[in-house]
Write a protein that binds this ligand. Structure first.
Ligand SMILES: Cc1ncc(COP(=O)(O)O)c(C=O)c1O
Length: 398
């Protein structure tokens, strides 16, 4: 029996508790209790309350952007952004992203046109964007992935040249900056997620940021069915409000952001230095940013060089309670509702297709400590060294 992998032979796993992918911020109970007590005493749950207002002001300051419109989650933020930008027809979007990016377009009656990503950093490929532009395209919805950024400058040039709206799904990029400029004021709008797995957490939540007064006014009217901000005619309204309880958690998380970011970076560095040199394994540095939130440890696995497939490695790790996950799987162009032209799309999306087979994330977040990241790295190294003995013991696919 190969060493190090106790679970595979029916023994207790290496880690007693599952180590998930995701940040999972929990403030001290006393701080949480005090924040909830304040809401209780004010008798004010929602509708742009004092904590929601404080959060918007604090975020505008932190992100150095004129308008921050906090929302119930990033998915509704993306839908509101598409409406506020008055988009029509088709929107160019990467397939290699969380399903919500393209779903937001579907909810707004827009047609996604899937674009491939760069093999080096998984960010949208501006070269391919150019080839996809036609008279029906009204916008580019780019994604800032993995605590990094796409090639924002090239996309900006393209959007101006072809008179397209440009906005960003920055759900994964809170706290990141390009040449010292925080993500939040690029393009016409950016959308951030404050989901529990993200570096800034409201448990559920998010925000749309913009420097454009008219876009902000439309967003505020859409968010609250005309209930907040300068009245502006909009075609659709919704309920995208953030509650006081969500805002309270986000404010604590924002206070703690510097220490959370530092811890993430330290964990990332443990992975980076201990996974270096393992044949077939690559961990991605956050792309194109001068500061990152380091909320993800994203890897690629080359089966031939490593000795096991990505899925075999994940099975092995998951049995040891290391809940590493494939991301994103399948590509959006292969998901129900988007797969009418899956084969034709796939031919244009070779990098996305490959990443579906080789990409995965390692745990990183509040439940993880440096010793665990070191132990996980050692497990991966042993998986490579003992691959031929392990291979027959693990199913190839999920
Ligand atoms: C790239 C991307 N877009 C959108 C979302 C959706 O965010 P939310 O869960 O806040 O709706 C996520 C969340 O995982 C994401 O990673």
């Amino acid at each position: 029996m190969p060493h190090n992998f106790s679970a595979i032979s029916g023994n207790a796993p290496t880690f007693t508790e599952p180590l998930p992918v995701g940040q999972l911020y929990f403030p001290d109970w006393s701080r949480y209790e005090a924040a909830m007590r304040g809401i209780w005493e004010r008798r004010y749950y929602t509708n742009h309350g004092p904590l929601a207002q404080e959060l918007e002001a604090s975020l505008a300051h932190f992100l150095n952007v004129k308008h921050v419109v906090c929302v119930a989650n990033a998915t509704i933020g993306l839908m509101m952004a598409a409406e506020a930008l008055v988009l029509k027809g088709k929107v160019i979007v990467p397939s290699h992203t969380f399903i919500a990016t393209a779903q937001s377009l579907k909810w707004c009656g827009l047609q996604p046109v899937f674009c491939d990503v760069e093999p080096s950093d998984h960010q949208i490929d501006p070269q391919q964007v150019v080839g996809l532009i036609d008279e029906d395209v009204s916008a580019i919805l780019a994604v800032n992935l993995w605590g990094g950024a796409c090639d924002v400058a090239s996309l900006d040039v393209l959007a101006r040249e072809y008179d397209l709206a440009l906005y960003f799904d920055s759900a994964q990029a809170f706290g990141c900056a390009i040449d010292g400029v925080p993500l939040a004021s690029f393009g016409q709008a950016e959308v951030f997620s404050f989901h529990a797995t993200k570096v800034l957490s409201a448990a559920e939540g998010g925000c749309v940021t913009t420097n454009d007064d008219d876009v902000a006014a439309r967003l505020r009217n859409i968010r609250s069915s005309y209930g907040a901000g300068r009245p502006t005619q909009v075609v659709k309204t919704s309920n995208g409000r953030i509650s006081e309880a969500q805002a309270a958690i986000a404010l604590m998380s924002l206070d703690d952001y510097p220490s959370i970011q530092a811890k993430n970076k330290a964990l990332f560095d443990v992975y980076r230095s201990n996974l270096a040199g393992i044949p077939g394994l690559r961990i991605l540095d956050p792309a194109n940013v001068t500061s990152s939130n380091y909320q993800y440890a994203v890897c690629e696995l080359d089966e031939d060089a490593f000795g096991l497939s990505r899925d075999q490695l994940l099975r092995l790790l998951q049995a040891e309670n290391v809940i590493a996950r494939r991301y994103f799987y399948p590509g959006t162009h292969r998901c129900k509702g988007f797969d009418d032209n899956a084969d034709a799309d796939a031919a244009r999306l070779p990098v996305t297709e490959r990443l579906c087979q080789v990409g995965f994330q390692l745990p990183l977040g509040s439940r993880l400590f440096a010793e665990s990241a070191l132990k996980i790295s050692t497990l991966i190294k042993c998986a490579h060294e003992q691959a031929s003995a392990l291979r027959p013991l693990i199913a190839r696919e999920y």
